[in-house]
Design a protein around this ligand. Structure first.
Ligand code: 5AD
Ligand code: SF4
Length: 449
């Protein structure tokens, strides 16, 4: 042990989350748990007695970032905080992490972080503190109830893990099998959040629309039933969910988009590639045609829905023509916003050892072409909202005095100057201008359309 603070229990902490929204959620739950234990948050990692790096393993770059962050933890006087590596790198690499970064005190996987207090005690005694178990009993039961939130929009994880085994993806290995949280646990957590001032809940899962459960009356329910039950809770104004898999887009969920007013008109539905041979090699178990049919059906019930997706360029063996098919599907769908990535071989996944890995320069060029198209679509989507009147939920403060930032139903950020308003207010604004990443609005005299 070479840091100063292990001799006594850490009293301040800093949680830094990388990667997906489920990690953000896990980070919040860890912070609440440490708070319930009497610890207080420190603004900056280096001032804290304990730093939790809640890591992402999805692409190689994300992993490198963690190791460079660990390296930067040493303070000017040579001391350093107690360091815990949580999240998917912890799960995938386990005690190997301590071989690569000797100053790591705790390694805790995404299914074991409810045991963090005990691991802190062990690390404080100078013991090995590694826990990457995937216990059968959910960690959620062991966590303290949700506390009052500082923002009106909150995440709520309703299911974890993934059974899909796309050939490029580490998630089924780091997050384990699909497990749905219970109906009552989800509704109780939602009510606690709403009682604490939350107006918008985003339901989370790697495959959130695969959620299954039994309601209070013993009936089998899917995500659509859950959405409808949440919509019945007074005080909750907006419901979102992410991420979805095309194969789990049930008729009921599509119908809910047409019927449940609180369900926002935004759907993140990744397709990854626009070519059937590549989709097969990715083990996506759907075709381009299946995907487009779903999009048509969703648009039929909710014509104004904003669509979002994820794309991977340079999957092993992807030819120029197959890549062009990805551009074609983007042109057909017309997305509001998307995420796109260069394929990154992940240890232990089938695609990592496939023949014909694509050279980096080819991937760079493909990604640039795809991103140009996606950026144009995003700009066009934003520009099309200029002149509209829409409700925004004020979620955070802007940089200028009196400036607040809220979200449209279509998940666009809107800057508005309204010193008289408070976070959590829902207000109608006229959209006056659009940039690539956000909109400007002014308070409206009209009601939102
Ligand atoms: N390489 C590049 N992108 C990946 N994703 C998942 N695994 C990889 C990988 N090995 C992308 C997918 C997924 C998103 C969360 O990350 O597009 O939908
Ligand atoms: Fe990964 Fe595919 Fe599961 Fe998404 S559906 S988490 S991409 S394996």
């Amino acid at each position: 042990m070479n840091h100063n603070d292990t001799d006594r229990a850490p009293s301040t902490f800093h949680v830094k989350s990388f990667g997906c929204q489920m990690n953000v959620y896990d980070g919040e739950r860890m912070a609440e748990m440490l708070g319930a234990r009497g610890m207080t948050p420190a603004a900056d990692g280096r001032d804290a007695d304990l730093v939790v790096l809640n890591t992402c393993h999805i692409r190689e770059k994300a992993v490198e970032k963690v190791y460079s962050d660990i390296g930067r933890m040493t303070r000017e006087d040579g001391s350093r905080p107690m360091i815990a590596v949580a999240g998917c790198v912890a799960q995938a690499e386990g005690s190997e992490i301590q071989r690569r970064a000797r100053n790591v005190d705790i390694v805790v996987g995404p299914q074991a972080y409810h045991r963090l207090p005990d691991l802190i005690d062990r690390a404080g005694r100078g013991e090995v503190a590694v826990d990457t178990d995937m216990p059968a009993a959910s960690k959620f039961g062991a966590l303290p109830a949700r506390t009052k939130q500082s923002r009106p929009s909150a995440f709520l994880t309703i299911m974890e893990g993934c059974d899909k085994f796309c050939t490029y993806c580490v998630v089924p290995y780091t997050r384990g099998a699909e497990i749905s949280r219970s109906w009552s646990a989800i509704l109780d957590e939602a009510k606690a959040l709403i009682d604490g001032g939350v107006k918008e809940i985003t339901l989370l899962g790697q495959n959130v629309n695969a959620w299954l459960g039994i309601d209070g009356r013993g009936r089998a329910q899917g995500m659509d039933g859950l959405v409808r039950a949440l919509a019945d809770i007074a005080g909750l104004e907006r419901i979102r969910y992410t991420t979805s898999h095309p194969n789990d887009m049930s008729d009921g969920l599509i119908d809910a988009h047409g019927e449940v007013e609180k369900l926002m008109p935004f759907l993140h539905l990744p397709v990854q590639s626009g070519n059937d041979r590549i989709l097969k090699a990715m083990n996506r178990s759907h075709t381009v045609g299946d995907y487009l049919k779903i999009i048509d059906r969703v648009r039929a019930v909710r014509p104004d829905i904003a669509l979002s997706g994820d794309f991977i360029v340079g999957f092993p063996g992807e030819t120029d023509a197959e890549f062009e098919d990805t551009l074609r599907i983007v042109e057909q769908v017309r997305y509001a916003q998307c995420y796109s990535f260069k394929y990154s071989p992940r240890p232990g996944t089938p695609a990592a050892t496939m023949d014909h890995q694509i050279p980096a320069a080819v991937m760079d060029e493909r990604l640039a072409r795809l991103q140009e198209l996606l950026n144009n679509q995003q700009a066009a989507f934003n520009t099309a909202t200029v002149g509209k009147t829409t409700d925004i939920l004020l979620e955070r403060r802007g940089r200028h005095a009196g400036q607040l930032i809220g979200k449209t139903p279509w998940l666009q950020s809107v800057h508005v100057t309204a010193p008289e308003l408070a976070l959590g207010d829902m207000v109608a604004v006229d959209i006056i201008s659009a940039g690539p990443n956000s909109l400007a609005g002014q308070l409206s005299r009209r009601k939102a359309a």
